[in-house]
Design a protein. Structure first.
Length: 237
C-alpha cells in the first residue's frame, strides 16, 4: 500500500520557492514601468517599437495630406516606419524633442527624408541660428554667410550648384542638410568659415572708401588751383 502522506518540509520549501518567484516577477514589472525611455528597451522594446511605428505611420499620413505630390503614398511603406522607429529609439530623443520634431516637420516645404533629419528639426532654433529660408536666400543670391552653419550647409549643397541650379533642386537639398548641420553644431561640431569669406565685405568697403578719398583729394587740388590762378576749370570724375 502506497504512502499518501505529505512531507511538511517539502511543502514548506515549495511555498518559499513560489513566493520568491512571484516577488521577483512583481519587482521586475514594477521596475520596467518606472524606468525612463532609454532603459525600457531591456523589458518591452518590442512594445515600444510597435507604439512608435504607429506614431510614425500617423505622421506619414499627415505629411501626405500636407505636402501633396511632394509626399506620394508609395514613398511611405510600413517597413519604412518600422525602420525609422528603430533609428529614433537608438537616438533617444526626449519627449519634448520628439514632439517638436513632429510639429515642425509640417511647416517645412518638403518632408524630412530620414529619421535623423526629422529629429534634427527639434534642434533648429534651440540656439540662435539664422532662419532656414533667409539663410538659403543669403547664400544663394548674395553669397552671404551670417553663421558658420550657413556656410557649412552651402558647402555641402555645393557653392556652384546653389548659385546656378534651380531652387526646386537646391532648396530641397538645403532643407535636408540645414537641420542636420545645426544638430551637429549643437552637439559640439565646430564649423569655421574661411578668413577670406569673413573679410570679403570689409575689403570691398575699404577699397571703395580709398577710391572716394582719392577722388576728393583730387577735387580739392583742382579747386585750390582754380582759386589761385583765377581760372574756371572743368573737370569730370
Amino acid at each position: 500500500m502506497k504512502n499518501t502522506s505529505t512531507n511538511p518540509i517539502a511543502v514548506s520549501q515549495m511555498r518559499l520557492i513560489v513566493q520568491s518567484a512571484t516577488s521577483s516577477a512583481v519587482t521586475m514589472k514594477s521596475t520596467a514601468t518606472s524606468m525612463p525611455w532609454s532603459e525600457l528597451e531591456t523589458y518591452d522594446n518590442e512594445q515600444m517599437l510597435r507604439q512608435l511605428t504607429k506614431e510614425i505611420v500617423r505622421l506619414f499620413g499627415e505629411w501626405q495630406l500636407n505636402f501633396g505630390n511632394k509626399a506620394p503614398v508609395k514613398n511611405y511603406p510600413i517597413q519604412k516606419a518600422a525602420l525609422w522607429a528603430k533609428v529614433i529609439l537608438y537616438m533617444q530623443p526626449t519627449t519634448e524633442q520628439w514632439q517638436q520634431a513632429k510639429e515642425r516637420s509640417l511647416f517645412e516645404e518638403w518632408p524630412p527624408s530620414s529619421a535623423r533629419d526629422l529629429l534634427a528639426l527639434a534642434s533648429v532654433n534651440n540656439q540662435y541660428y539664422p532662419d532656414m529660408r533667409q539663410a538659403y536666400i543669403d547664400a544663394a543670391v548674395y553669397q552671404k554667410y551670417s553663421h558658420a552653419v550657413v556656410y557649412e550647409t552651402a558647402r555641402r549643397v555645393g557653392f556652384w550648384d546653389i548659385k546656378s541650379k534651380s531652387e526646386t533642386v537646391t532648396y530641397k537639398r538645403w532643407q535636408q542638410l540645414y537641420p542636420e548641420v545645426c544638430y551637429e553644431h549643437t552637439t559640439g561640431t565646430d564649423f569655421a568659415m574661411p578668413q577670406s569669406s569673413q573679410d570679403k565685405s570689409r575689403t570691398s568697403i575699404y577699397r571703395w572708401l580709398m577710391i572716394v578719398r582719392w577722388r576728393l583729394g583730387l577735387m580739392r587740388f583742382w579747386i585750390s588751383l582754380e582759386e589761385s590762378m583765377g581760372l574756371k576749370l572743368s573737370f569730370n570724375f
